[in-house]
Design a protein around this ligand. Structure first.
Ligand SMILES: Nc1ncnc2c1ncn2[C@@H]1O[C@H](COP(=O)(O)OP(=O)(O)OP(=O)(O)O)[C@@H](O)[C@H]1O
Length: 353
């Protein structure tokens, strides 16, 4: 059982504040992913939860108990780092046994837990090997196994896949998802890879500059981003933002063209957000935004066409592989009904009703 509350958490290194008041509730058995650009404070927040760094301000409460001053080893929290941090001179078995013995477990219990964990992670044939005799993916499984044998209430994983190649990443990603289902613990996972975030998370926490921009399920963040930061961070290729002016029931772009507006408060300037699957391309001129094809990415099952709009914005549109465009071809972009996102021109806040 693990219920975490972060209340007004701040972190300062000397005079620099890097977390500016984080409020977050994490439920039992939840898989929570922290995402955000490099330097936004994801790892710092994880280290505060683990107890590896002191909290400057605010409170961390675990199952009703304030944890701020509780030693890392007494928090019931295990952390898996991107660098594995295995002991090079110990074999896999010893690496896994080390932390469990420090907890004061007897020999038989340590053996039992390692056998169970090794089976779950398919590590049995590797137990006598040293870390240097393992592949990157195998080392990462050992690092996860070492955390598992401690049977923590909370697992913290800091970019655990970042040292793996693309094929292994998706393999270990699936394993982590399976593991979460099997052991049912609370997991907090840091990544800047949004595919990992979207596929693993029950709940994504989008961070930026030491603050939380939005918390929600992958679907909520994709469909109803709270602001332009989340809108352009979640989704690949990124959402395109077009500066438009509302005049009557039309949204006009500087330099050429307009599209119908949805139900929106008041006239004036706003940002129109368009995902690649929310627009349609038409050859030549017509009703919509005018632009020219810059290049096309062919991906086999679909294709992305990048269009330079008349106002200079680069827009990405999804098409089928049978509907390809030549570079420099003149096109018109129209918006699929219901697919437009509207944001304030001043502060980027979502305006959709
Ligand atoms: N020990 C430290 N002393 C001073 N500043 C630090 C320290 N650790 C982190 N920082 C600063 O705190 C900010 C947040 O760093 P953090 O490592 O948490 O970011 P991150 O989101 O995990 O980034 P990345 O995705 O690159 O790992 C950065 O500006 C970083 O330079």
């Amino acid at each position: 059982m693990a219920q975490l509350s972060l209340r007004g958490i701040k972190k300062r290194f000397r005079d620099t504040e890097v977390l500016h008041g984080i409020d977050l509730e994490i439920g039992d058995r939840e898989f929570v992913v922290f995402v955000g650009p490099s330097g936004c404070g994801k790892s710092t927040l994880l280290r505060l939860i683990a107890g590896l760094d002191p909290i400057s301000d605010g409170e961390f409460v675990l199952n009703g108990h304030r944890m701020n001053d509780v030693a890392p080893s007494r928090r019931g929290i295990a952390m898996v780092f991107q660098s594995y941090a295995l002991y090079p001179h110990m074999d896999v078995y010893e690496n896994m046994a080390f932390g469990a013995r420090l907890m004061g477990l007897d020999k038989a219990e340590v053996e039992r837990r390692i056998a169970e964990t090794a089976q779950m992670l398919r590590l049995e044939p590797l137990l006598k090997r040293k870390p240097r005799e393992l592949s990157g993916g195998q080392r990462q499984r050992v690092a996860i196994g070492r955390a598992l044998v401690r049977k923590p209430d909370v697992f913290l994983l800091d970019e655990p896949l970042s040292n793996l190649d693309a094929a292994l990443r998706s393999e270990v990603r699936l394993e982590i998802a399976k593991l979460h289902r099997e052991i049912g613990g609370t997991m907090i996972y840091v990544t800047h890879d949004q595919v990992e975030a979207m596929t693993l998370a029950d709940k994504i926490v989008v961070m930026n500059n030491g603050r939380i921009e939005q918390v929600g399920s992958p679907r909520e963040l994709y469909e109803t981003p709270a602001n332009t930061f989340v809108a352009t961070f979640i989704g690949s290729p990124r959402m395109t933002l077009v500066d438009v002016t509302r005049e009557g029931d039309r949204l006009s772009m500087a330099g050429g063209g307009s599209v119908a507006s949805g139900t929106l408060p008041g006239p004036g300037a706003l940002k129109l957000g368009l995902r690649p699957d929310g627009v349609q391309l038409h050859r030549g001129s017509g009703e919509g935004f005018a632009g020219r094809v810059e290049y096309t990415e062919y991906l086999g099952d679909n294709a992305y066409v990048y269009v330079r709009l008349a106002d200079g914005t680069l827009l990405s549109a999804r098409t089928t592989p049978n509907d390809l465009y030549a570079p420099d071809e003149a096109v018109t972009v129209s918006v699929t009904p219901g697919a437009a996102h509207y944001f304030s021109a001043e502060d980027g806040r979502r305006l959709n009703p």
